[in-house]
Design a protein around this ligand. Structure first.
Ligand code: ZN
Ligand code: ZN
Length: 359
């Protein structure tokens, strides 16, 4: 049983070698945070076989000194790309890879004109597979974010009553997460009452909760940059038979997905395990999104747990499982858990049970 995965440093170096380049230019802020520890918005990490250079601007000089690990720090008095060239950091490099889906075209053109002797190799999914494999410390941080999310959820259940608006519930979720120690929210909370719950990505409005309404709540926070993500269904007073029945189907779909996580399973297999349950219940056309997504320093990251993705579900990754059934004009049901994919099967990171919450 592998209980720990390789360090980010080792995986970045493996990626560099697999791409056959002399260096990686790491510029996306999330990649940069993962690779170096830097939490600012403007920096570059030039990752060579031996030399590792981190470049940022004057606003971040003090912050970089405390956060950045494993690289020599430079704070030039002018722009970062200019310094790659003028500062001689790129001397001797022939091929350098960068994330082509994350760098603006203008920035790439500038790089080519500043350093024309380098072959710039644009790569999509630059570090996403490497980032998918979480160390024990990363999973522990995700777990802390999830524990906070669960305690906020249970506090807010204690406040919810007819007459409150979606917006007021969302404000409680946000305020209590921040007061409880979150850095921020993983995304804008979704609080969707009655027929609005049939919109998979509803935004909170002034819609008032009435007795008998189902409420879909989907939210998460970040702790040290790492996200949590959970969806639960709440009924204000006794639920309708239809809500109970559809909730049961979605819950069975989630359980089927969870038990399909076995060694060698693909992302497609896991999505289809849930989708089959929903199709067999007659709601195949009411589940319009993928089953789930990877979670880490981004709340949506590699892998997509989707029927379109035939990649193996990576061992060591953390993913959500979030089947749903959406009945326009009536209501929608989604239930979302996070699991860590271990060689022995899934480990649930979500601790609260999945039952329909009846207030
Ligand atoms: Zn969610
Ligand atoms: Zn999600």
């Amino acid at each position: 049983l592998a209980s720990d995965w390789d360090s980010p440093e080792r995986r970045i170096e493996e990626r560099r070698r697999a791409l056959g380049v002399d260096a990686l230019l790491i510029h996306d802020p999330v990649d940069l945070r993962w690779a170096s520890g830097f939490t600012g918005s403007n920096g570059l990490l030039l990752w060579g076989a031996e030399a590792r250079h981190f470049v940022t601007d004057g606003r971040y000089a003090a912050q970089a000194a405390t956060e950045v690990r494993g690289a020599q720090i430079h704070v030039p008095g002018y722009d970062l790309f200019g310094f790659l060239s003028e500062g001689g950091l790129a001397g001797g490099l022939r091929r350098v890879a960068f994330a082509s889906d994350m760098l603006p075209v203008a920035a790439w053109e500038r790089l080519r004109s500043l350093l024309p002797e380098i072959e710039w190799v644009g790569v999509t999914a630059f570090l996403s597979e490497a980032r998918a494999l979480k160390t024990d410390a990363e999973v522990e941080t995700i777990r802390r974010a999830q524990r906070l999310t669960e305690s906020v959820f249970s506090e807010v259940l204690g406040l919810m009553r007819p007459g409150m608006t979606e917006r007021e519930v969302a404000a409680e979720l946000t305020g209590r997460s921040l007061r409880g120690g979150a850095d921020g929210m993983a995304f804008d909370p979704i609080v969707a009452v009655a027929e609005r719950s049939a919109l998979p990505h509803a935004r909170p409005t002034d819609r008032v909760i009435a007795p008998g309404d189902p409420v879909l709540i989907d939210f998460g926070c970040t702790v040290q940059g790492y996200a949590s993500d959970m969806t639960r269904m709440v009924s204000i007073g006794p639920p309708s038979d239809a809500l109970v029945r559809v909730h049961g189907i979605v819950s069975a779909a989630l359980a089927a997905a969870e038990s399909s996580i076995v060694p060698g399973a693909s992302c497609r297999d896991v999505d289809l395990a849930a989708r089959r349950v929903i199709e067999e219940a007659g709601y195949g056309d009411r589940f319009p999104h993928s089953l789930g997504h990877g979670v880490g320093l981004s709340v949506h990251e590699y892998p997509a747990v989707s029927w379109r993705n035939e990649d193996p579900l990576p061992e060591g990754s953390v993913v959500t499982l979030e089947p749903g059934i959406y009945l326009p004009g009536a209501f929608g049901v989604r239930i979302e858990d996070m699991v860590r994919v271990l060689p022995t099967g899934p480990e649930r990171l979500t601790a609260v049970d999945r039952d329909l919450v009846i207030l």
